[in-house]
Design a protein around this ligand. Structure first.
Ligand code: 4AD
Length: 566
């Protein structure tokens, strides 16, 4: 009996008193002592077990024994919590097991797939190697096509659709049965390269694929696998990515449907320019890019060290074209021009493709007609070429060739137009006669007029030194800018000074040392002639025609302030 009493007493002394202060306690940092109370009875039971004495402080009155009801409620909640936790643990275990099973099955499937070796059926006719563009003409024959996996769609276990791209077009390929069970098939990724063999069949009405046909594959081979996961092409190149990230990955962006349409159209436009000049009797020349003379002002020159001498990347081939007139007659060139432009606008590049032409024995009116003829004839040519017309429709739906004649407007009238239409400078004042019309107001005006404008007769003081002055007003020049809606200036041209004394005076006024220009000046010495020409920015022309937001989208690897890579 005595032993029994002392055992009970010992149990009593072992019972810990746990402090719960509902106002100042903390379940996170408290330990249940009077100095560091917990906040809830539930936490007391959860951390100390049920064999405790709980005292609770609800107000300034101090600690009191927990009420029976509060203790009961806390115990019930604790049981419920523990039940939920157990259930969650069981679920997680089940999921883990399922994932493990799936991974094992996948690993086994991969092993099984590795064992599948595809072989060509030797009884089939020998496949003829073709490019995708030859698909329509090759229907019904067994062909072999190589390219990049542009898109991939797996349909069930036994069917895979691949849109193959080879740069000449897109081809839907359908793979069935064993062809989609081997290791390469089940691990195939977009942008991997493959060679497919089979027969191209027209698709029945209602089914859609490029060129309305598909290649039914009978054998295929992997050439090079592109990465999966984080490195996968589709996770790297996304349309919502940062523009600068996309420019760093320009080499991958170029594979996209929009980009490739732009560069296909660009190639056709360049062909059309050449065809235009050919049909009008011009000769193409290739002037140098490394020069020691400026054309369009010193501030945009890229200078470099040329065997110890100062040299520049050319701003324009105009001066060289002028020297070709006596031997070749009307000439043109398509060369890169370089401008160290500080401006970060959507129509300025540091390197751009410059199409320039020069003609002798013509009047300013002839020059304007020639420029209008160039733009309209080139548009007619590309619209008459069905594949290019389709590219333009894809990129610039509803495009309509501009109507002739273009609006002809004097610079002076443009200044008046800006004022009448309330187009102001940033400081709220109006543009004054004699001032350069910058990009923004020029575009506002062009967009409002909404048709091509030949803007003429700019003041001599804001134009290049070589421009011919108008005979009826020596303060303005026989100069022209072609302005297009959405882009603004796409062409700049003029008649050139043909009087030697006047040219020498112009060098002086501009502060240019005439000695390196002796060969240019000589054109006036050895049989001068009235002559003129123009330069067209190919990327600006394309931005207008293909409705691109910026000229950067029309340049393969655009260079502008701060970017000379990749
Ligand atoms: O008006 P610009 O500076 O004229 C000349 O260079 C003349 N020497 C051409 C000539 O008469 N042979 O340039 C002509 C055209 C502009 O209308 C514009 O389309 C384009 O070249 N251009 C640019 N394109 C992209 N980025 C730039 N930084 C450009 N600067 C001029």
């Amino acid at each position: 009996m005595a032993a029994h009493i002392s055992e009970a007493a010992e149990k009593l002394t072992l019972t810990e008193t746990v402090h719960v202060d509902e106002l100042a306690g903390s379940d996170d940092t408290g330990n249940g002592s009077a100095a560091s109370p917990l906040k809830t009875v539930l936490k007391a039971l959860e951390t100390k077990g049920e064999n405790i004495k709980v005292v609770v402080k609800k107000d300034a009155e101090g600690y009191k024994d927990v009420s029976g009801a509060a203790l009961k409620k806390a115990k019930k909640t604790l049981v419920e919590q523990q039940r939920k936790l157990k259930k969650q643990e069981e679920q997680k275990q089940k999921q883990d097991e399922e994932l493990k099973k799936k991974a094992e099955e996948e690993a086994k499937a991969l092993e099984r797939a590795k064992a599948i070796v595809l072989t060509q059926d030797s009884s089939l006719p020998k496949a003829e190697k073709i490019k995708i563009r030859q698909g329509v003409a090759s229907r019904g024959k067994r062909v072999k096509v190589s390219g990049w996996v542009h898109r991939l769609r797996v349909q069930g276990r036994d069917m895979m659709f691949v849109i193959l791209r080879d740069g000449s077009g897109y081809l839907q390929c359908v793979l069935t049965g064993q062809l989609c069970h081997n290791y390469d098939a089940i691990t195939l990724t977009t942008e991997s390269t493959i060679t497919v063999y089979g027969v191209i069949n027209a698709l029945p009405e209602g089914k859609k694929a490029p060129d309305n046909h598909e290649l039914v594959v009978d054998y295929w081979e992997l050439v090079g696998k592109a990465p999966d996961g984080e490195e996968a092409f589709n996770s790297k190149v996304t349309s919502d990515a940062d523009p600068s990230y996309l420019l760093d990955n320009r080499h991958l962006v170029l594979r996209g449907e929009t980009s490739s349409a732009v560069f296909k159209a660009r190639a056709e436009v360049i062909k059309a320019f050449r065809a235009h000049y050919e049909s009008r009797g011009y000769t193409e020349v290739t002037p140098p890019c490394m020069v020691q003379t400026q054309v369009e002002g010193g501030s945009t020159l890229f200078e470099f060290n040329y065997y110890g001498e100062n040299a520049y990347l050319t701003q324009s081939s105009q001066l060289y074209l002028e020297t070709c007139l006596p031997s070749l007659g009307d000439v043109f060139c398509l060369a890169e021009s370089y401008r160290a432009e500080k401006s970060h606008t959507r129509r300025h590049l540091s390197e751009y493709s410059h199409l320039e032409a020069e003609m002798a024995f013509l009047s300013f009116e002839d020059l304007l007609d020639n420029i209008e003829d160039l733009v309209c004839d080139v548009i007619d040519r590309i619209m008459a070429h069905e594949p290019t017309r389709q590219l333009i429709e894809q990129l610039n739906p509803g495009f309509q060739p501009p109507a002739r004649p273009f609006l002809r407007m004097d610079y002076g009238d443009a200044i008046k137009y800006l004022k009448e239409n309330d187009i102001k400078k940033e400081d709220g004042s109006y543009y004054q006669y004699g001032e350069d019309i910058p990009e923004a107001p020029e575009r506002l005006m062009t967009d409002k007029i909404n048709r091509p404008i030949l803007l003429t007769r700019f003041p001599a003081d804001i134009k290049a030194f070589y421009m011919q002055k108008c005979s009826d007003d020596r303060s303005v020049t026989e100069s022209v800018d072609v302005l297009m809606p959405n882009v603004g200036e796409i062409v700049g041209g003029s008649m050139r000074m043909n009087d030697m004394a006047e040219l020498l005076e112009a060098y002086k006024k501009e502060g240019i040392d005439p000695s390196p220009y002796y060969w240019y000046t000589d054109q006036r010495k050895y049989g001068t002639s009235p002559h003129g020409g123009y330069g067209l920015g190919v990327e600006r022309f394309l931005a207008w025609l293909l409705n691109r937001y910026t000229v950067r989208d029309c340049s393969l690897y655009p260079r502008f302030t701060g970017r000379c890579t990749p």
